[in-house]
Design a protein. Sequence first.
Length: 380
Amino acid sequence: MPTRQSEFQQAPERNPEKYGLNANNNQKKCSQLAADFFKDSVKRARERNLRQSEMEQKLQDPNQSPARREQIWQNGGKKEGRYLRFLRTKDKPDNYQTVKIIGKGAFGEVKLVQKKSDGVVYAMKSLVKTEMFKKDQLAHVRAERDILAESDSPWVVKLYTTFQDANFLYMLMEFLPGGDLMTMLIKYEIFSEDITRFYIAEIVLAIEAVHKLGFIHRDIKPDNILLDRGGHVKLTDFGLSTGFHKLHDNNYYQQLLQGRSSRPRDRNSVAIDQINLTVSNRAQINDWRRSRRLMAYSTVGTPDYIAPEIFTGHGYTFDCDWWSLGTIMFECLVGWPPFCAEDSHDTYRKIVNWRQTLYFPDDITLGAEAEHLIRRQVQL
């Protein structure tokens, strides 16, 4: 007769490392799908209840005639039906005509597209799935999608829908024809204090809008500050926002801080400790800007605007976005970021040692208030 102990089998060992990469990727996919399903379900239920409450308030208005109440009720039902049919209809890239490529990144590109059914133009970000899984970037995509979906702010780029196929993840977003702030800086090199004041004031409002949502952007830089048709700013690219892992962990930054520069220090190279960028040395500035654009397309990214506490891993708050704002203001008025160098290793070192490396060039005259504000932002 079998004993009670023999009726039970030993539970399998939980050791994810013994399974292959495909199994771990499938587990991540399932976890993400489940989280997305419940989050979207709750969000849609709240939105439906809000729409119902608004309609009931209109129906209770004593000034409404019975015929008008009936019309409101019927229109509400038709709108809800159209919305439910829209949710059941899967979008796909074939529904859009590509106009041109307007941006490239480490994991995909952004296209200007036109919807075939109604002719409306959008910006469509397409991300290569295999690269996203390989680099463990799913959390970054979710971060950006969640913030854009939750935000209804005029200071944040609108996200209309997301979908996918076998090879790509797609984000259909608002198209802003004004380009980005980096393009403006490349074109005009230096802004006047009046123009700088305008852009910095609007970026302050944009950052504040993101903070009110409970998020820290962590990647405020001219490339991520877009301009609409009227020249007003909107923030984009929330892939590094707080709550999710950065592209590189703190160990990566520590290696850069401790490692050697990849560029030889011969007689033709620039001394990093006192990089000789001046108003008269425009050739060097333009070379830096060209390499800066190329770096923005790589997986490494650019560190010129990142706060030191993110590198060191000592914890960071909303202040890290204000640090980035101070470096952008410096670049608008001076022509280059305050800690730029020939390669990332030296930029990291200069940022971490900002008390010794923050330098205002003598050949550029800044107003006392402008310099004071920059110092206050960087010294938060």
